[in-house]
Design a protein around this ligand. Structure first.
Ligand code: T4K
Length: 375
């Protein structure tokens, strides 16, 4: 038996955060120690907002302590209420942000090609209470944003994109983050670009950005004026400084992700019963996740493959199983019934996300391929 310390046994997780050399972070910390500005929109916070606008190709962006606070605040900023149409095929934070705002989520099924909200099914779910649509660019693959906007325009609805997975993704026009009324990013440790914890709201104009900035700072406009019941959503200087350093490495990290993605596709192409999720026509992808479908014809079920990988120390993940709509706080809703969500229900029983991250070693990727390919 291999010893637990033999590299062959080292666990491989679905992701591992990208970390720059520690020594390069120390000068940033020295500056923070020198100035003693730790938070409340300090210099690194301002620099990171500007640097991210530049890198992402967006005009205005407000940093947050995490993506979930960004979602909560985006809904507040647009005064969304009543019912919001969303996808069941996501991380729970998407729908939770609605419940925290006293909004009723209405689940609509996803497109089998992209696993994103199916625009053709939105209209049937709209009622007199509907005020907005909250789609997710799941795995970083863009939604059909034109079709979603058409429905939104027809019914006078706002669109808030949960773009937690979509850092750096471009369509033919530019950043996908410029679509809809607002887009919300996550910079969590598990994301393509991380600030340990973090997030941002991408805003279309300076006025909305200013309103969002007030909301994330308790509603303060100045020392004695509070204009809204805001929250504390601010990103700290340590996180912002770390983000500035991370930005220097993100290009390299994305290139490495692309290589890993390409290699999986080549190696798994002929495996009977395994299908890789195609991209959704994006011009620049971010390869945030590597989802495969375990289909009829494969000798194991998805869950059996998940267990087998685990036995070999490979911790693939069933993102997004269970469906958000199956969790207890949602499952009683009429829209949460699986008969309403057949495509999402099928995907959640078949999809497995394989490890993908910049420092994944070739030999470790081979371990994954050998097991999935049953060699
Ligand atoms: N909307 C969507 C569509 C989202 O996917 C998310 C977050 C949000 C909104 C909310 O954004 P944030 O508020 O989180 O900024 C993870 C993340 O915690 C979560 O951020 C993410 N989505 C979700 C898809 O994945 P878990 O429960 O899978 O995390 P965990 O701790 O099991 O981590 C997965 C693997 O990553 C671990 O097995 C090992 C590795 N890892 C993780 C952490 C935290 C590390 O190596 N180091 C680490 O520090 O939820």
């Amino acid at each position: 038996m291999n010893s637990p310390h033999h590299p062959q046994n080292d666990p491989i997780y679905v992701t591992q955060p990208h970390l720059p050399p520690l020594a390069e972070f120390l000068p940033y910390l020295e500056q923070i120690w020198g100035k003693k500005i730790l938070t409340n929109g300090g210099p690194f916070h301002q620099q990171l907002e500007a640097a991210l606008c530049d890198y992402l190709g967006v005009k205005h962006l407000a940093l947050f302590a995490n993506g979930t606070l960004g979602l909560l605040t985006a809904l507040q900023a647009l005064r969304i209420s009543g019912e919001v149409i969303t996808t069941p095929y996501s991380f729970v934070a998407t729908a939770h942000s609605l419940l925290w705002n006293g909004i009723k989520p209405v689940f609509v099924d996803v497109d089998p090609r992209t696993l994103n909200l199916d625009p053709a099914k939105i209209a049937a779910a709209i009622t007199s209470q509907t005020t907005a649509i909250m789609p997710v660019h799941v795995y970083g693959h863009p939604c059909d944003m034109e079709a979603i906007q058409r429905v939104a325009d027809d019914y006078d609805l706002k669109v808030i994109y949960d773009a937690a997975h979509a850092f750096g993704v471009h369509d033919d026009i530019g950043s996908v983050l410029n679509h809809g009324d607002l887009s919300v990013l996550s910079f969590h440790a598990t994301k393509v670009f991380n600030t340990f914890e973090g997030g941002a709201i991408v805003c279309p104009n300076a006025k909305i950005k200013q309103h969002v900035d007030h909301l994330k700072n308790f509603g303060f406009v100045n020392e004695i004026t509070v204009v809204a019941p805001g929250i504390n959503g601010k990103m700290s200087e340590v996180n912002a400084a770390f983000g500035l350093l991370q930005l220097k490495y993100v290009g390299e990290a994305l290139r490495r992700r692309k290589e890993i993605d390409t290699h999986y596709r080549e190696q798994l192409a002929d495996v009977n019963g395994i299908r890789c999720l195609d991209d959704a026509g994006e011009r620049v992808a971010n390869h945030a996740y590597f989802p495969i479908f375990v289909q009829p014809g494969y000798p194991l079920t998805r869950d059996a493959l998940y267990e087998e990988l685990k036995q070999h120390g490979i911790h693939a993940r069933r993102y997004f199983y269970p469906l958000v709509s199956d969790f207890p706080m949602y499952c009683g809703l009429p829209s949460a019934q699986r008969t309403n969500l057949p495509v999402a229900a099928d995907a959640c029983d078949r999809v497995l996300c394989l490890p993908i991250y910049p420092t994944l070693q070739a030999k470790d990727q081979q371990r994954v391929i050998d097991i999935v390919g049953r060699r």
